[in-house]
Design a protein around this ligand. Structure first.
Ligand SMILES: [Zn+2]
Ligand SMILES: [Zn+2]
Length: 102
């Protein structure tokens, strides 16, 4: 029987029903608590790394999947509008549509 892939559980703990969670899903068996902590740490580290790869909006500093021509996220708050205008762009970016306008 292989041990847990995070290296924290004994085979007995690994085979606990519902992964060690109580029936109401509110408490975890102490033998699985470390596993849960490691799992959570691994997940949030991955999310952090993912976000770190995103370019950051120049106005609010928020990582965004895509920035517009002014280097801003898609928000349209006053500070974003001001920044776009300063960059010589329309305050609200035109919706990115493919295939022409309707
Ligand atoms: Zn484990
Ligand atoms: Zn922004």
């Amino acid at each position: 029987m292989s041990a847990c892939k995070l290296g924290c559980c004994t085979p007995t703990a690994e085979r606990l029903p519902r992964g060690g969670w109580s029936e109401d899903g509110l408490t975890i068996d102490p033998r699985r608590a470390e596993h849960n902590r490691r799992l959570w740490a691994a997940t949030s580290a991955r999310i952090d790394r993912m976000h770190a790869d995103y370019p950051k909006c120049k106005a609010c500093g928020q990582p965004a999947l895509a920035l517009d021509a002014a280097g801003l996220c898609s928000k349209v708050t006053e500070s974003h509008k001001t920044y776009r205008v300063r960059m010589g762009l329309p305050p609200v970016p035109a919706p990115a549509g493919r295939g022409g306008r309707r």
